[in-house]
Design a protein around this ligand. Structure first.
Ligand code: HEC
Length: 209
């Protein structure tokens, strides 16, 4: 091999070695993004399932897939869609180290229903972007961040949740309150959300080893 050709090979080799870690970390970020997408979709399906079947859960003798019996007693069993998904999220965090939260600034003076769901500054900023009419619907956003005094690396992903017809029973118009006091069946004040409005987000944090 001529000297100039050898030099060329050497330059290409050094160049590839320099960019190999970058390629690796880009692949890792792509993996986190794909994993996030799968997790948020799974949680979204679980939340919607509970919301859509809330009357089956709370009506005595009701069965999945059958009409709700009209003459049976109805009582709230303490299972709400987001509460259920948050419980799954907490258990998932214990097993995997991946933090799952359902965060929201809430609506107007009412704020979020549960203090645990108060968003941090980054989550608040992303929610403002999601609420912008020009932001594409149903698209999540992720990035690598340095956190804490040790500048530990984490990958954070956030995904918008919108009001579906099944959410209105609890988060909708307070004049439809079943107890006629503006509260839903869980005893919380109904926030007057409208169909399609941004209700909150699913927020994930992956520790990066
Ligand atoms: C049976 C009533 C009920 C229905 C139906 C319902 N929710 Fe909720 N939602 C609640 C309650 C109660 C909480 C507070 C739970 C807690 O203590 O963590 C809550 C909290 C939330 C939160 C967390 C923010 C906060 O305010 O604390 C989000 C996000 C949310 N709901 C989204 C939805 C969406 C989206 C739907 C429809 C797919 C829905 N909910 C349907 C009762 C309901």
């Amino acid at each position: 091999m001529k000297i100039s050709a050898r030099r060329g090979v050497l330059v290409v080799l050094i160049f590839s070695l320099c960019f190999l870690p970058l390629k690796d970390s880009l692949a890792q970020i792509y993996d986190y993004e794909r994993m996030s997408h799968a997790i948020v979709n799974m949680l979204n399906v679980a939340t919607n399932f509970v919301a859509e079947n809330i009357d089956v859960i709370n009506t005595h003798n009701a069965k999945l897939g059958e009409p709700i019996p009209r003459d049976q007693p109805y009582s709230y069993k303490g299972i709400n869609p987001e509460g259920f998904a948050t419980l799954i999220g907490k258990e998932f965090t214990l097993r995997t180290g991946i933090l799952i939260k359902f965060v929201s600034t809430g609506k107007g003076k009412l704020g979020p229903r549960n203090k645990y769901n108060v968003p941090d500054d980054w989550e608040k900023d992303q929610m403002l972007k999601f609420a912008d009419i020009r932001y594409p619907r149903g698209v999540g956003y992720g990035e690598v961040q340095k956190v804490g005094a040790t500048y530990r690396l984490v990958y954070r992903y956030i995904y918008p949740l919108y009001i579906e017809p099944s959410c209105l029973k609890c988060h909708g118009d307070p004049s439809t309150s079943p107890t006629k006091d503006g509260k839903d069946i869980t005893g919380h004040f109904m926030e007057d959300y409208r169909l399609g409005e941004l209700r909150g987000t699913i927020s994930l944090t992956f520790p990066i080893e």
